[in-house]
Design a protein around this ligand. Sequence first.
Ligand SMILES: [Zn+2]
Length: 127
Amino acid sequence: MRDLERFEKLLRARREEVLAELAELEEVYLGKNQQESAGDLSRYSTHPADMGSDEAMREAAFSRGEATSETIEEIDEALERIRTGEYGRCENCGADISDARLEVLPYARLCIKCQEALEKSEGGGAR
Ligand SMILES: [Zn+2]
């Protein structure tokens, strides 16, 4: 019998961390937006070298923010699976996912075998 309470705690703790990270990313992102909407373009022209790195930073923040939002969705779905009693079961083959794997990745959907098979098929034979 799996200790669901423990994994629910893990999931909630992870969710807090991810939300905090997302808030930080949004700060970077929204801070820049405010500057732009203020329409103070003359400030930009005095620092032409900064523009490229700002843009790169925003792009990085944006893609990280997207990945972070996806993680939150994964966590929410895992919490839902705890409620429905499906938590810790591989979505592909129905095997129990090991506690060790769930401790590292509490929102894992697949057992390690199916995950590896998936990565191989998606990896395009690079490995
Ligand atoms: Zn499996």
